[in-house]
Design a protein around this ligand. Structure first.
Ligand SMILES: *Cc1c(COP(=O)(O)O)cnc(C)c1O
Length: 394
């Protein structure tokens, strides 16, 4: 999809993010197709994956709700046009001003992570004379097959309320003046590709619903969080995640009670593939052991490789274009070379790829770091006094 747009891309100053509006539209439509037969399914986009205003407006216009983890995200969601009642607010450390903002703007749900937090929400809601709608985030103690830094549903993680405390916490909440208990919330991790992990979550929720029933309790909302992964190796083969497999896992394995609504909070699966970090090669450095491709983007624009050891596919768009023009003649860059692709930041972890095979690469080449639409721009920093990256919607 990018090779034929090289002339347009060449005009952009680098580093910058490029977002593909039509791929985002196709992804949103693929989700809609899967949930449209289920009136009780509601998908909330997890704003933290990509909070670019144009991206948010497109997702809001497609009828999705929003999942927020800060007051700033609640503001961004409201500005983009998400209806307040479709906005859910999660996070282990909600500050008083954020709770006040959420109550005053009439968001749909607090996903509460501790009894201590619940008490503060009740106090503030009572002062404002507003009822707070809450779900409890229960730590299901389910382990998921993903990077240790992005699993969230194990007993040792900081997230959620221990499942053993669920009934007790709900009883305490019911005695509070300004709290309405509306549901249970779960989120087991991110970049999950094995449906078995979601099936394990369903089985755990089924058990917990039995426990609730035995205690004479019922909730109207079940929220299974997000976490569906994407194909970082072959983004062109799989530009849209397998939403059919994902949603059908819940349809098949989750035993909902009469009238229960089911909420999903997808982030990465919605925006990762539509984003590319464009960067230019500054130098190809021939060192003693290795050849380094030094690019003008770094961990300041995309920190995932440095933070989680993540791998992103890197395409040399200039080499692809040369090969098309020069088919068969000497300018074609048919030979593959093994490079370390690194950024300019003064940190040894500022590496996009090690021992990465690419066509022979030259100063000035335009590279596309793929699948960068989630947890890319939102995690950018100004470390080394750099500017935040530009973005282009194409
Ligand atoms: C981050 C997060 C999500 C989204 O996760 P993805 O892996 O991007 O789908 C959903 N819910 C909660 C509570 C989160 O913290």
């Amino acid at each position: 999809m990018f090779a034929d747009r090289i002339n347009q891309l060449q005009t952009f100053a680098t580093p910058c993010y490029v977002y593909d509006r039509s791929l985002l539209a196709a992804t949103l439509e693929a989700i809609r197709q899967e949930v449209c037969g289920h009136d009780n399914y509601h998908v909330h986009y997890a704003i933290k994956a990509n909070a670019n205003p144009a991206v948010l407006r497109q997702i809001a216009a497609a009828g999705f709700g929003a999942d927020c983890v800060s007051g700033g995200e609640i503001r961004a969601a409201l500005e983009a046009g998400f209806p307040p009642e479709s906005i859910f607010f999660a996070g282990v450390g909600k500050a008083d001003w954020e709770i006040r903002l959420a109550l005053e703007t009439g968001i749909g749900m607090f996903n509460v992570e501790s009894l201590e937090e619940l008490e503060v929400i009740n106090e503030i809601a009572t002062l404002l004379n507003i009822r707070a709608k809450v779900s409890f985030r229960i730590n299901p103690d389910v382990s998921a097959h993903t990077h240790a830094h992005i699993t969230t549903g194990r007993a040792e993680n900081k997230f959620g309320i221990a499942k053993e405390h669920m009934v007790d916490v709900i009883h305490q909440a019911q005695s509070m003046a300004s709290i309405d208990v509306l549901g249970l919330h779960f989120h087991i991790g991110s970049q999950l590709l094995e449906m078995d992990d979601f099936e394990a979550l369903c089985n755990r929720i089924n058990e917990l619903q039995l426990t609730l029933g035995e205690a004479g309790l019922h909730v109207d909302n079940i929220n299974v969080g997000g976490g569906l992964g994407i194909d970082y190796d072959e983004p062109d083969a799989h530009p849209i995640p397998d939403f059919q497999a994902y949603f059908s896992t819940f349809t098949k394995h989750l035993q909902l009670r009469e009238g229960q609504r089911l909420h999903f909070e997808l982030g990465r699966a919605v925006t990762a593939q539509m984003g590319t970090l464009l960067t230019r090669v500054l130098y190809v450095k021939h060192a003693t052991e290795k050849q380094f491709v030094i690019v003008d983007a770094g961990m300041t624009e995309l920190i995932r490789p440095a933070l989680y050891g993540a791998h992103h596919r890197i395409d040399n768009l200039s080499a692809q274009a040369d090969s098309e023009v020069a088919e068969g003649n000497a300018d074609a860059r048919n030979e593959s070379v093994c490079y370390d692709v690194v950024g300019p930041i003064c940190e040894s972890s500022d590496v996009f790829a090690k021992d990465y095979s690419m066509p022979e690469t030259r100063r000035g080449d335009l590279l596309a770091i793929r699948s960068a639409g989630a947890y890319g721009e939102t995690m950018a920093s100004t470390y080394n006094c750099r500017s935040l990256p530009d973005t282009h919607i194409i």
